[in-house]
Design a protein around this ligand. Structure first.
Ligand code: CMP
Length: 139
């Protein structure tokens, strides 16, 4: 089934000049980019995106990290997009990510600095896309 998912190239990737490399891998994997914009994530956006982690001890560091520099939120479309992009990105902790995945090949730092975010379910994608994009921005 064709799905849309939310994906965000995080500030560590933008700072390290990895935007092109990551988008190249996304396109090579067969995704269509439906929306993308270089953004300075607001506190409200970061807190809403990560609301499920509010009780975790890493929550504040995660929110601060999302706001520390520009990021590139995107909407990606493909067959089975939600799982497919998570497979492309690899395990949450870059230390555990397989070679061939974005985090496995490009990850150099410790959590929360893991290069890319991707929705973990269709429901999460439907919640996360409107945090960053209006309906008219989806092409
Ligand atoms: P992401 O895929 O964006 O989803 C939630 C984020 O929380 C995750 O990537 C990491 O950036 C961060 N995260 C998850 N676990 C930890 C942890 N144990 N310590 C710090 N950050 C974490």
């Amino acid at each position: 089934m064709t799905e849309r998912t939310f994906c965000m190239i995080k500030p560590d990737s933008v700072k390290r000049g990895l935007v092109g490399e990551i988008i190249k891998r996304i396109e090579a994997a067969g995704f269509t980019i439906r929306a993308a914009k270089l953004s300075n994530v607001s506190q409200e956006q970061a807190e809403t995106l990560y609301q499920e982690h509010v009780e975790k001890d890493f929550y504040q560091g995660l929110v601060d990290f999302a706001m520390e520099g520009s990021a590139l939120p995107m909407v990606l479309e493909s067959e089975g997009a939600v799982q497919k992009v998570r497979d492309l990105i690899g395990a949450t902790n870059p230390e555990n990510a397989e070679p061939g995945t974005i985090r496995g090949d490009l990850g150099e730092e410790e959590l929360p600095r893991n290069l890319v975010h991707a929705s973990d379910s269709i429901e999460s994608a439907e919640r996360e896309i409107p945090i960053f994009f209006s309906e008219s921005e989806l092409v």
